[in-house]
Design a protein around this ligand. Sequence first.
Ligand SMILES: CC(C)(COP(=O)(O)OP(=O)(O)OC[C@H]1O[C@@H](n2cnc3c(N)ncnc32)[C@H](O)[C@@H]1OP(=O)(O)O)[C@@H](O)C(=O)NCCC(=O)NCCS
Length: 209
Amino acid sequence: MQAKIEKIGPLSALAINNIQEVAGNGTEFLSFREKLSLANISHPEKIVEWKGARIAIKAALDCISLPYPGFFKDEHGKSQPMDGFGHVSLTHTRGVAAAIFHKDMPVGIDMDFVREKIVRLGPKFLDDSEIEFLGTDPLLHTIAWSAKESIYKCQGKKGISLKENILLFPFKLEDKIIKAKVYQSDFSDHFYQVKVEHEKDMVLTYTIW
Ligand SMILES: CC(C)(COP(=O)(O)OP(=O)(O)OC[C@H]1O[C@@H](n2cnc3c(N)ncnc32)[C@H](O)[C@@H]1OP(=O)(O)O)[C@@H](O)C(=O)NCCC(=O)NCCS
């Protein structure tokens, strides 16, 4: 997916970067706690992914002229700003990292490569009604998976099932926005909208407000 920094609005931005391209970038902007976390990652691939995602957040924050506050992981694994202001979400996969930030609203972002086998895995994360409108198209299935992961990350709490608690309303390949709801959970009937972009064999989704 093409690297970019996009201002979504005055309070929100997203950035996508090519991990190898930014691997040599400095990380002096990281907080002391983040530098410690980075030092504790031993797998070389994980190190560049972790760095790539933080460099993406920094780029998104620069784009809306906000300082980098440093982030810590809460008990659910979601990154939270150390100064308590704003919401962030991260994703990294082979070669690419992305981040989205919003000053006021919870956000979720996810990136995935399109894989044929996702169709076979459908019944694990999809409701029967979703399988019906998705058919057998791997791209549509990857979009559905990614949209659910973005919503999962936006709500942030462990214990929500992609299959049982997140329902996507019917959508088609040409749709740029997917509507969905979280149901039968502590956050019952909370509605979401997810922006969808796909380029070559990669899907990007993120929640909008
Ligand atoms: C946590 C989860 C969303 C991460 O997604 P992933 O595709 O494995 O990885 P990504 O690169 O897209 O995202 C990783 C980032 O997610 C973030 N994350 C982790 N837990 C999170 C949570 N509870 N809420 C929000 N964000 C979270 C972290 O920032 C992490 O990056 P970091 O480790 O560098 O800080 C995923 O592993 C998960 O648990 N999904 C839902 C559970 C599920 O139902 N899975 C199986 C269904 S068949």
